[in-house]
Design a protein. Sequence first.
Length: 177
Amino acid sequence: MFQQQRHVQPAIANELGAGPSSIDESTVPEALQDVVLRHQVSYEVWQEWSRCGGRARQIGYCVSICGVNDRVDCVRGHHVPGCPHCGLTYDEIRKIAEWITLKEQPDCRFQIEPFDRAWHIAPTQRGLRNEIIVNIQILRSHNVDGPVSESQERCLNEVRVELNKLGVREGAWQTAR
């Protein structure tokens, strides 16, 4: 995890057009805010469950960052999940997930799920739009099947704060208030 963190921040900067030495607190979030606007990004929080031991128990959280493909040919009814444009959209939304999970958290770990090569039909409050989703699991570092810890609650709150700073709203897409 430590190695991943050392390499993720410069990689995000490079992919967003900034050199590794020019990374700062204003450059990357500005580029990510552009991604938020372009893909109309919102998020939802779900509980992560385990059935270890035969009983269902909440073991963490899953933050689903949802956005739409901004390509005109995809917006007008292009219905081919996993197309190259959807892959690029996933990559851009994933940069948001990587940025907000850079900070080292005690007793807590983040796991970003890979692209599932599908679009998901959003609920009514998000207009039944075809979405690309990046899921971030917030789990315990040790005793993975243990109940949710205060550290996980703190991590979830910090993720919400960071998403809010980028203009990402919980529930449905909306422009900044």
